[in-house]
Write a protein that binds this ligand. Structure first.
Ligand code: ZN
Length: 137
């Protein structure tokens, strides 16, 4: 695997409404998109910093993994996402190297990206997401 850059950093928050003002008023970033990712039961807000995004994740229900994360560890950095090419091949490659996969095959994430998560038990405690932009425009 050879990531091209950090695609985004995922940050778990209790409330987008309460968290967005820090990013806009203190960091001076602009929230350019709010999107619901139904199958992960989260509402996301995106900010651009250079070519890296910040993705705020607000749980939409109690049984969301983000709700469980906040319950256990509080608000804060949830995952790191690397941009890669040939995601299915990369998943096969890292699985061969003994990495535990949360997603055996890519699925659709926010912003239409193909994504897959690696298990934090295999990544030094950092929940790791791999993202690939689909080919078509
Ligand atoms: Zn993410």
């Amino acid at each position: 695997m050879k990531p091209t850059h950090i695609e985004h950093i995922g940050i778990a928050v209790k409330s987008l409404k309460e968290s967005i003002p820090y990013y806009e008023n203190i960091l001076g970033l602009k929230c350019y998109s709010i999107e619901e990712v139904a199958d992960q039961k989260v509402r996301t807000a995106f900010f651009m910093v250079g070519q890296t995004k910040l993705e705020l994740l607000e749980p939409m229900s109690e049984d969301s993994t983000i709700a469980a994360f906040i319950e256990k560890r509080g608000e804060g950095i949830h995952h790191m996402a690397f941009a890669v090419k040939e995601l299915p091949d990369v998943l096969a490659e890292v699985e061969n190297k003994g990495v535990r996969l949360i997603d055996k095959a890519p699925r659709k994430g926010a912003e239409g990206l193909n994504i897959a998560f690696l298990h934090p038990k295999s990544t030094g405690g950092v929940l790791t997401e791999l993202c690939e932009k689909p080919e078509q425009e």
